[in-house]
Design a protein around this ligand. Sequence first.
Ligand code: PLP
Length: 396
Amino acid sequence: MNPDLARLQPYPFERLRQLKRDLPPFAGKEVALSVGEPKHAPPAFVLQSLAESLPELSRYPTTQGTRELREAIAQWLQRRFALTQVDPDTQVLPVNGTREALFAFTQCVADRSRDDNLVVTPNPFYQIYEGASYLAGLQPWFYNTTADSDYAPDFEAIPDSVWARCQLVFVCSPSNPSGAVVSEAALQKLINKAEAFDFVIASDECYSEIYLKEDAPPVGLLQAAHAMGNTDFKRCVAFHSLSKRSNLPGMRSGFIAGDAELLRPFLLYRTYHGCSMPVPVQMASALAWSDEDHVRDNRREYQRKFAAVLDILNTTLDVRQPDASFYLWPQLPVDDETFTRALYRDHGLSVLPGSYLSREAHGINPGRDHVRIALVAPFADCVRGAEQIRQTLESL
Ligand SMILES: Cc1ncc(COP(=O)(O)O)c(C=O)c1O
């Protein structure tokens, strides 16, 4: 077997299951604000398109996807990020959700023959960055994001000796778990570093459409590159998904876009990897990327939940309203595992201990004593959950 498999850590939800294993099953209704799975209704027109195009399953899909889908994505990118031109043939590739694409892209970029084998990655972080790095024969190097800087990464603080050994950088903006958005200025500094030290930037932007201020959509990596004159998006790729934007996590539909010099080998890699998107999913996805009304409605529902939940939690917790995403990431006055167990034991409410999403690095574990609360459940369950969180905090 591949010895690198032994380097994979237990997945956070498995650790959560273990944490609750010896507790008696909760007698009443259980609510999960632990998993980042959207629960709002998917758009009816997308489901209808899927149903109507099922006969298309009789065809093999191509890895590159249909021109219609790539064109719809390119137009969305241009509208959303104020880009003058995105070439649907060379700068866009459909993927089966960002998770597989983040993993596969890492395998494609990794140069195993080089001793300089770092992947610079946020901490706390989406677990795929680390697993993908290990299985590509690379070594994660963590940059901590903490409350002191409102969870913004400080790329300037990373020494040149690290950049010199770096092959790939992951950015997660809006961040899972903190919801912080990396600023355009910070992205541009990172792009300059990529130019100077010759590495690739992979920006995971799957929460980019769930933002709290309607007039402040998060900036994207391609937008930052374009604004500084890097109109070919050199060394930059962005990952986007319909999972959160359109409440379609089960459809497994997303895309990667950016530097054509990176997408060409990635298409070759995918041709062998064999992960093309079924034609009905491509047709439904093109419709979803072409509509913003359902996205706006979706966002409004999250904004309503954040307002109600923060109203309740603010009285007991120092909790920051995120820029975007559907997560709260408060720092607790108690240990994160103790709190998570008590909350489940007393109320049947699940959240995720922050330390499960982070690693010890540079002398601290930046997830410790935090919890991730995903406001995915229906409005009433989120509000009741906030009251239960307050009660549990007061009882500890
Ligand atoms: C930060 C981040 N990136 C990527 C993903 C994967 O999403 P999908 O594969 O559904 O596009 C998730 C899912 O929760 C996530 O939180």
